[in-house]
Design a protein around this ligand. Structure first.
Ligand code: SF4
Length: 319
């Protein structure tokens, strides 16, 4: 099924805030302490959007950040969505996660980032991060009976601990381990020369993933395909995702590795934004940007310099 056939998104990825208690070197959203985006949606605007998502019949939402739990209206947004029948995935760094805030909600999973098996490695990449706190959050999630996912962002600083982190994820009771090639976005793009693993490191990382996939078959799923952002976008060029990506200030992004925003939920409704999103994929500027990305993966490093596609001459108007 192509997105043209859908009257609403199949999923919403909602960045509640850009603020974060950590300042990770690999962060794809430029998040860090005190870096809330100017003009982030207020509580009233967020609850209004949550109600629109419910009314549109969206089945599934990923609540992300920054650190989404830092948004003052995090619990209320989750409650509104869940009460309306939207299943939730919460992505958190787990360093200050209170599982009680999501107990009783329709939670599909809680995803916690574990980017090292030792504090020395974890803390080098996750500035301000305490591994034991993230592990305690994993235990709390599992003890609460909620499905746990672990994510691992490989860099030159931590890739050699990947196997130990996979084993740790299995020991913690995760049902899924998510990873892939480091994304050249945000802070990671700025620090690319320090972070990008070598070809040899990636080759041995892939060997580890394939071996661990066999070892944990039937116990824990290893998700790492498509492996790179370019592979993902090559597929998306023909089959755009049914996911609407909402930025903290209510703008809607066409795709994380592209710079374009296609709607603004402060002035447009959720379903108007969906129609603009669908049309955006046919826009010449978007097609050209996809071609650029395929030819030069470094183009994604400019993806957080947002450009309003709907203000351009070639953008269709919703009627
Ligand atoms: S990677 Fe996650 S935890 Fe780290 S700074 Fe970015 S949003 Fe915060």
């Amino acid at each position: 099924m192509r997105i043209e056939a859908f009257s609403a998104p199949t999923m919403v990825t909602w960045q509640l805030t850009r603020d974060c208690d950590l300042a990770c070197l690999h962060c794809c959203t430029d998040s860090a302490p005190g870096k809330a985006l100017p003009g982030e949606l207020t509580r009233a605007q967020s609850l209004n959007l949550a109600s629109q998502i419910v009314q549109a019949g969206v089945p599934y939402a990923m609540i992300v950040g920054g650190e989404p739990t830092l948004a003052a209206h995090f619990a209320d947004v989750c409650r509104t969505l869940s009460d309306g029948g939207v299943l939730l995935k919460i992505e958190t760094n787990g360093n200050d996660f209170n599982v009680d805030a999501v107990k009783g909600l329709g939670i599909r999973s809680v995803q916690i980032s574990i980017d090292g098996a030792s504090q020395a490695v974890y803390g080098r990449q996750r500035i301000n991060g305490i591994l034991d706190k993230a592990i305690a959050a994993c235990h709390a999630v599992v003890a609460a009976g909620l499905p746990l996912e672990i994510t691992f962002a490989p860099t030159r600083l931590n890739i050699f601990e990947a196997e130990a982190v996979i084993d740790l994820a299995a020991k913690l009771g995760a049902f899924r381990f998510n990873t892939g090639q480091l994304m050249r976005l945000g802070t990671a793009a700025k620090l690319w020369d320090r972070l990008e693993p070598s070809k040899a490191e990636y080759a041995s990382f892939l060997q580890v993933l394939e071996r661990k996939e066999r070892e944990y078959a039937g116990k824990m799923e290893l998700c790492y395909k498509p492996f790179s952002l370019e592979e993902e976008m090559a597929h998306r060029a023909f089959q755009p995702s049914g996911t609407l990506l909402v930025l903290p200030d209510g703008r809607v992004k066409v795709a994380a590795p592209l710079p374009f925003t296609c709607a603004d939920l402060k002035s447009q409704t959720f379903l108007e934004a969906w129609e603009l999103y669908k049309k955006a994929w046919a826009q010449p500027r978007v097609r050209a940007a996809l071609k650029d990305l395929a030819e030069d993966p470094a183009a994604s490093s400019r993806a957080n310099q947002w450009v309003a596609l709907y203000e351009s001459e070639d953008m269709p108007v919703v009627v």
